[in-house]
Ligand binder design. Structure first.
Ligand SMILES: Cc1cc2nc3c(=O)[nH]c(=O)nc-3n(C[C@H](O)[C@H](O)[C@H](O)COP(=O)(O)OP(=O)(O)OC[C@H]3O[C@@H](n4cnc5c(N)ncnc54)[C@H](O)[C@@H]3O)c2cc1C
Ligand code: FES
Length: 387
């Protein structure tokens, strides 16, 4: 994050900026313009804020509802990346918003709440992600969210609302207490505008409120059957913390729900670090791919990987991603998507070569500077990593 003398003052009218009008319509990409300007901060609940960003150059944002961006921050001298879903809809292309919940003890969420103000510039990567109803057209949807997992489903709901599509959507949001429900009023507004959009809030407990007429407890199969009796006919999108997602998966498995119509995204760190299959083979690689015969021998080989700062040495197979090998050896490394999309596992390679197959989580300029994404890089030689 940086404060820039050329940045906008918080109350300055942004629509009068010549650059805004002259570039209007050109889509924003993080390759062309790495920093975005925070133009508004909105308190949503006692521990949730939305941060709105605009392009300094007046570019417009093109993304699919449900996709996320990665903030690349420098906090106390430490480079640190975190993914946040775009909570605004692509139908409002001049700004994007993220909606961040404070995580107790969490570095970035608390830093954003305490420090990020209108006028600040932030390095941003993306958009990325495949958790989107734009790729899963269906007659009827069921959106299930827990806590801050509301954000991708909010972007999808806002999109349908603004396009005037009277989609049959049942949106069930679970929160700790009524005061923790994010976007409660807006969801009710959308429901009041669309005959086929219904919301239901499920709160674990009452909290401070005494006038809550909604459901208290946890989402269960009998409760889901009451809220959406036809849920077995719906395309289901789920997002939330790890334990919530697990409960939903088990509930739907008990009901015999067809998993091909179930889509989920987890914000939970531990849930997302499981080793993944190699990403799309068509993706660019960090080094020129070696010949098939040298690949075969590289796959069979084992290589030494040294983490220079933490002074850890591990072994990694030629057919294994470095992140996966590091985690198996107990080396804790930051990662989110594990598919080369978010940039969270980006590190500098001090020596050695890798075969990297990423999905947009790193810029060409960074690759040229020796940066790699460990989640989608397999060693071709012994490696020394600046971590
Ligand atoms: C695709 C995607 C989209 C997301 N979208 C959103 C969104 O829209 N809104 C949102 O609020 N969040 C979202 N997240 C989650 C977000 O990326 C962050 O993970 C979240 O804000 C917490 O980050 P943090 O830096 O504050 O916490 P961290 O510093 O990462 O800490 C997280 C937790 O781990 C604990 N912890 C940290 N370090 C250690 C350690 N060494 N040992 C033990 N425990 C430790 C902390 O106490 C805390 O409880 C998304 C995540 C993903 C992957
Ligand atoms: S963890 Fe997302 S790019 Fe590696």
């Amino acid at each position: 994050m940086m404060r820039d003398a050329q940045m906008l003052e918080p109350n300055e009218s942004r629509l009068t900026r010549p650059a805004f009008w002259s570039r209007l319509g050109e889509p924003w990409t993080s390759d062309a313009e790495e920093t975005l300007v925070c133009c508004q901060v909105r308190q949503e609940t006692h521990d949730v804020k939305s941060f709105f960003f605009m392009s300094r150059e007046g570019r417009t944002f093109v993304f699919e509802p449900g996709q996320f961006i990665t903030l690349e921050l420098d906090i106390d001298g430490e480079a640190i990346n975190r993914c946040y879903t775009i909570s605004s809809p692509p139908t409002r292309p001049h700004t994007i918003s993220i909606t961040v919940k404070r995580v107790p003890g969490g570095k970035v969420s608390n830093w954003l709440h305490d420090n990020l103000r209108a006028g600040d510039a932030v390095r941003v990567l993306g958009p990325a992600g495949v958790f989107t109803c734009a790729r899963q057209a269906a007659g009827k949807y069921l959106f299930l969210s827990g806590g801050s997992g509301v954000t991708p489903l909010m972007s999808m709901s806002r999109t349908h609302h603004e396009l005037g599509e009277d989609r049959d959507i049942v949106f069930v949001h679970s929160a700790r207490t009524p005061d923790d429900i994010i976007f409660a009023r807006e969801l009710e507004l959308i429901a009041s505008n669309h005959r086929h959009f219904r919301t239901a809030f499920v709160c674990e407990r009452l909290g401070e409120r005494t006038n809550w007429s909604g459901v208290t407890g946890f989402l269960t199969l009998p409760l889901l059957k009451l809220i959406a009796p036809d849920f077995m006919e719906r395309e289901i999108f789920t997002c939330g913390p790890g334990p919530y997602m697990k409960a939903v998966r088990e509930m739907l498995a008990d009901a015999g729900f067809d998993t091909s119509r179930y889509h989920e995204e987890s914000f939970s760190f531990e849930e997302t670090v499981a080793p993944q299959a190699a990403p799309d083979e068509a993706s660019p690689s960090a080094d020129a791919p070696s010949s098939p015969s040298s690949n075969a021998s590289a796959n069979a080989a084992r290589f030494a990987v040294s983490f220079a700062k933490s002074r850890r040495d591990i072994e990694c197979g030629g057919d294994q991603h470095v992140l996966e090998a590091a985690r198996q050896a107990g080396v804790r490394l930051p990662a989110s998507c594990t598919q080369g999309m978010c940039g969270t596992c980006k590190v500098k390679l001090l020596s050695g070569q890798v075969d990297m197959r990423h999905n947009g989580g790193i810029r060409q300029r960074e690759i040229d500077q020796g940066m790699v994404l460990l989640c989608c890089s397999k060693p071709l030689t012994d490696l020394v990593v600046d971590k």
